[in-house]
Design a binder for this molecule. Structure first.
Ligand code: BDR
Ligand code: CA
Length: 314
């Protein structure tokens, strides 16, 4: 079965690895890359997405530029310290000269959802401003898509930006609140699974050996990212957060979920916290009347990384 997806992204090194996985997998059809600010400013995110299409020889895939700012508050601080000045670990890769699709990311999402009702899975691997904007443009979006999977949040584990918040949700907590509150059950792949599945840096060498073009790009770009993640550790590690929701589409048997009611904190202190209450854990209507989420809480690590390798090898 082929999964039609729109990949909403802020590339970003783990975004690049995830995008190539999606391009490579025969059961995934990428209808477009919609970009958003996050790791880097949105203009750079859009250009980087075009560049990744060039690397992969996929100039047929439309790329759009979307929101540049959080729903509320000032322009974000970017994560250049994780992803480098260029978003690709400072490898000086020549930027694409291809044109963007003229539509805004949110409009593109709405247009495609109307064009393929019930067929598209939205996969969001950056802050959620484009999806929130698409919900404003088309309140029936939840009925028009097949589903939504996001990389973001931390249900039962600490955050990576603050003690309670993961970066994608922290970056645009108000947008995340809109998205999680819409009439769909979000599949959330947060730090519960992504940060608990570190990989040895040898992984990127294997990707490069299996696929010198795509894996080679990931290997080069990842060196800066590996150094960031390996600070204050004895061994080198790497985390490919953004590929998790894509892997689940094609290999659902590798994941376990916990269902619960979810609230997103938007106050300053707890900004971006994703608080999940499984049924029976609270009688508070603040949670029992809140929308449900499927939060990934378990993953078969070895099989997951073998899936990435096998898919890059195709
Ligand atoms: C998320 O934040 C970004 O740095 C990554 O690309 C990923 O989407 C992990 O917290
Ligand atoms: Ca990302």
């Amino acid at each position: 079965m082929t999964h039609k997806i729109i990949l909403d992204t802020d590339p970003g090194i783990d975004d690049a690895m995830a995008i190539f996985f999606a391009f490579q997998h025969p059961d995934i059809e990428v209808l477009g890359l919609t970009t958003v600010y996050g790791n880097i400013p949105v203009a750079m995110a859009a250009r980087n997405a075009l560049t990744l299409c060039d690397v992969a020889g996929r100039q047929d895939i439309p790329v759009t530029k979307g929101v540049a700012m959080p729903w509320v508050g000032p322009e974000s601080e970017y994560a250049h310290f994780v992803h480098g000045d260029d978003g690709f670990g400072n490898i000086n890769y020549p930027p694409s000269t291809r044109e963007l699709d003229s539509r805004d990311s949110a409009q593109f999402i709405v247009d495609k959802a109307r064009q393929h009702p019930g067929e598209i899975t939205l996969v969001a691997i950056g802050p959620l401003g484009n999806i929130a904007m698409a919900l404003r443009l088309e309140p029936d979006l939840p009925k028009l898509v097949k589903g939504i999977s996001i990389m973001g949040g931390a249900a039962f584990v600490p955050g990576n930006v603050t003690p309670v918040a993961e970066a994608n949700i922290w970056n645009d907590a108000h947008a995340a609140d809109i998205v999680f509150s819409a009439d769909w059950e979000v599949k959330m792949f947060g730090l519960d699974v992504t940060l608990f599945a570190p990989t040895d840096p040898e992984f990127v060498n294997i990707l490069a050996a299996k696929n010198p073009t795509l894996g080679g790009f990931v290997q080069q770009a990842s060196q800066f990212y590996i150094d960031f993640y390996s600070q204050n550790r004895d061994e080198k590690v790497c985390f490919f957060h953004d590929a998790f929701p894509l892997a689940q589409l094609v290999a659902p048997e590798l994941f376990e979920f916990t269902r619960g009611n979810i609230r997103i904190s938007t106050d300053d202190l707890n900004r971006g916290q994703t608080i999940v209450a499984p049924p029976g854990t609270t009688a508070s209507p603040l949670w029992t009347e809140a929308p449900f989420v499927q939060a990934a809480t378990g993953v078969k690590h070895d099989e997951l990384f073998q899936l990435f390798i096998d898919t890059y090898a195709l």
